[in-house]
Design a protein around this ligand. Structure first.
Ligand code: ADP
Ligand code: MG
Length: 398
């Protein structure tokens, strides 16, 4: 894992200008952030560099301005939230290069922090224009990338800068890469993968990558319906991609050849209407789903058996809820399996890594988000990593 440099490899940075790519794309309501998790994630890197006497310039995108200045998408909108989390005043700099940036650097004292404007105001960012990257790089002495969540994009601030300046992974990036390596790069075996969520079509590459790497592939959620249907099970009115029958069968064949056991539910929770606690709710065997019923969660017997599978494993990687967890009681399987995984993690027998927008929400709902070894909030980047792709922002650090 020493294939990239970290802050530990920095020499004396006193008075040096650090260009630090962070994720400040915060969810906003009425002019302030509703969730500052992303700022908290990059706080250690920012404060470490500031404490060491660097002049820290934060570089981030905010919204999708598509290469133009947009009055509602300036990073100045998150300045207050960033200051609150850091416990420090920072200087907003309404450019990313040129004389204004140069003058601001002159005003900043060692250990001070500046916030550059939305890097996506300039078309060179998303085009990964080397001239644009060179223009930003001219202001810095070194580059730190602490935005894993943007690492699947080859943009100037996430990839290009690494070609013009000495490049380092920040602390959040370092932690993410270590956790991901422990889960799929170089995991302790046996490894189980839980893949759930709504649709197979959005996670085909994930499934194909996993069958070659894990010993147990646990399929839940709406995706399980597609696999069950491919095996000839009548899934009634369930969410199901019938046109992916051949694909599902091919994945199961690939798993067979690779020695990966595919686990599909054998009992399920069904209802005739999708609502909280519907009258038509019942638990049945997968072969007993009626024509007008929908499978909305994995059944209790299957969940117990899946918990037993996890007990035999050393590593777990999880993306996608097991059922329609936003609506009770279809959260039961997700909650139960998440609690089992959390307990095994606490007991020391399991390394557990999870990610995905709805997955993070589901683990928080189960009350175990902090009990997993690592929970990635990176969304798209996490999924591309699960697909086995080389992320450009990570590759550029190597
Ligand atoms: P993530 O964001 O973690 O990658 P997905 O977006 O793939 O996860 O899937 C999450 C969605 O899948 C949730 O909104 C959940 O309600 C839905 N879902 C899970 N199981 C079912 C099911 N059996 N039927 C319909 N929707 C389901
Ligand atoms: Mg989702």
């Amino acid at each position: 894992m020493s294939s990239f440099r970290t802050l530990d490899d920095l020499g004396d940075v006193t008075g040096k200008v650090a260009l630090v790519r962070v994720d400040l794309n915060l969810p906003m309501k009425d002019g302030s952030a509703t969730d500052v998790t992303r700022v908290e994630a990059v706080k250690p890197t920012i404060l470490e560099l500031a404490d060491k006497g660097a002049k820290v310039l934060l570089l981030a995108h905010f919204g999708r301005p598509k290469g133009q200045r947009h009055s509602t998408m300036s990073t100045s909108f998150v300045q207050g939230d960033v200051e609150k989390v850091l416990g420090k005043e920072i200087m907003f700099i309404p450019e990313v290069m040129g004389p204004v940036v140069e003058q601001s650097i002159g005003i900043l004292r060692n250990g001070d922090i500046g916030l550059l404007d939305n890097v996506r105001f300039w078309p060179g960012e998303e085009a990964n224009d080397p001239e644009f990257a060179r223009g930003i790089a001219a202001h810095g002495d070194f580059y730190v990338n602490d935005a894993f969540s943007a690492a699947h994009r080859a943009h100037a601030s996430t990839e290009g800068l690494a070609h013009h300046l000495p490049a380092y992974a920040g602390r959040a990036m370092e932690a993410e890469l270590k956790a991901l390596d422990a889960a799929l790069g170089n995991p302790e075996q046996p490894v189980a993968a839980v893949v759930g969520g709504a649709k197979v079509s959005t996670k085909l590459d994930v499934l194909e990558n996993l069958v070659g790497k894990v010993q147990h592939l646990i399929i839940g959620g709406g995706m399980a319906n597609t696999f069950l249907a491919a095996r000839g099970v009548d899934v009634g009115k369930s969410l199901c991609e019938h046109d992916l029958k051949d694909t599902a069968n091919r994945i199961m064949d690939q798993a067979d050849h690779a020695g990966c056991t595919v686990h599909l539910p054998y009992d399920v929770v069904v209802a005739k209407e999708f609502a909280a606690n519907p009258h038509s709710l019942r638990v049945c065997n997968v072969h007993e789903v009626a024509e007008e019923e929908m499978i909305l969660d994995v059944g209790p017997q299957a969940v117990e058996a899946l918990g037993d599978v996890l007990k035999t494993c050393r590593t777990l990687v999880w993306n996608g809820p097991m059922g329609a967890f936003e609506t009770e009681p279809f959260d039961a399987a997700t909650v139960a399996l998440a609690k089992t995984a959390a307990a095994l993690t606490e007991g020391g027998s399991l390394t557990s890594v999870a990610g995905g927008g709805d997955t993070v929400a589901a683990l928080a709902h189960a009350g175990v988000k902090d009990d997993f070894t690592f929970v990635s909030t990176a969304g798209g980047a996490f999924l591309e990593w699960m697909e086995g792709k080389d992320l450009p922002g990570v590759a550029a650090l190597k």
